[in-house]
Design a protein around this ligand. Structure first.
Ligand code: GLU
Length: 289
């Protein structure tokens, strides 16, 4: 089977040099291996995603010389598939609703920190500090019937008990890197959010469902998502989905060594193009000359 690659941007801003590097790496590897290159639009966050950003993704990638298979999968059109995956996890008793607002969560964390440091996830956010897991079925139903907003969380301890030890196959960035088995540590993320009242999915859930449905065999993405792979492996096993291999690539930095942001104009593809950059100069700038 020829390998299947994908680039999966969120249309919540304009693409920058880091996106160009990731998209070109995927596109080049697909070309070299006779594989397929897919583009997926990760637009489940209706408050931040915009059609003009999506149009700009197509335009910027086309300008770079990238071509992708059609139709493009747009996550907002596939909510029923994510809901089905969520229901499967729920039938295993691994999902529970939590009702705290962001402000209440911040207060709970502050209260817990009075007794010492409260654990943080690999991205630096505090783990869920609440005890919604132990609410009775009646109490949950009462709050939901009363129209309370909620997040659906994975019962991480129960999920980890169910699957036992896990690892993923990391191929590394360069052609000479040795494949490695990385032990997954999903418990470091705590009871992650899988869905919200108004959105039946989350980044973690939709990414694993889509990679499986689209037959993605090699996930090539930035090092910033390395640790999230632990959660993705766990969900793949819980949902009986195939296991892709992973390559987490270096991140492109700005001149001061900082992380690129979609709002920094100096590294935006549109700004660089307006200033005279060419697809070849972009390739050279990200080290793909
Ligand atoms: N949509 C994610 C982002 O824009 C990437 C998801 C992935 O590659 O797994 O950062």
């Amino acid at each position: 089977m020829p390998p299947v690659f994908r680039f999966a941007p969120s249309p919540n801003g304009f693409l920058h040099l880091g996106h160009a590097y990731s998209a070109l790496l995927n596109f080049d590897r697909a070309g070299e291996s006779g594989g397929a290159f897919l583009l997926r639009i990760e637009d489940i966050d209706a408050t931040r995603c915009r059609p003009d950003y999506e149009a700009a993704i197509y335009e910027d990638l086309g300008w770079l010389g990238i071509d992708w298979e059609r139709p493009v999968r747009r996550q907002s059109k596939h909510l029923a598939e994510y809901r089905a995956a969520l229901e499967k996890l729920a039938t295993h008793g691994l999902v529970y609703p939590s009702f705290e607002s962001r402000a209440e969560i911040a207060r709970l964390v502050a209260a817990r920190e009075a007794d010492g440091p409260w654990p943080r996830d690999p991205d630096g956010a505090p783990l869920y500090p609440g005890d919604a897991r132990s609410l009775s079925a009646g109490e949950r139903a009462r709050l939901i019937d009363a129209g309370a907003p909620y997040a659906l969380r994975l019962d991480m301890a129960a999920a980890c008990r169910r699957v036992g030890g896990l690892s993923w196959r990391e191929l590394g960035e360069g052609p000479d890197d040795m494949p490695r088995h990385i032990p997954a540590q999903p418990e470091a993320w705590g009871d992650v959010i899988l869905a919200r009242k108004e959105t039946p999915t989350s980044y973690h859930l939709s990414v694993v469902v889509d990679d499986a449905l689209q037959g993605v065999s090699e996930v090539v993405r930035g090092q910033d998502l390395f640790q999230a792979t632990s959660v993705h492996r766990l969900l793949q096993v819980l949902l009986d989905l195939p296991e892709p291999t992973y390559r987490h690539h270096r991140l492109i930095r700005d001149e001061a060594g900082g992380k690129l942001s979609k709002s920094t104009r100096a590294t935006g593809l549109r700004e660089l193009r307006a200033a005279g950059a060419t697809p070849a100069s972009i390739r050279r700038r990200v080290g793909l000359g």
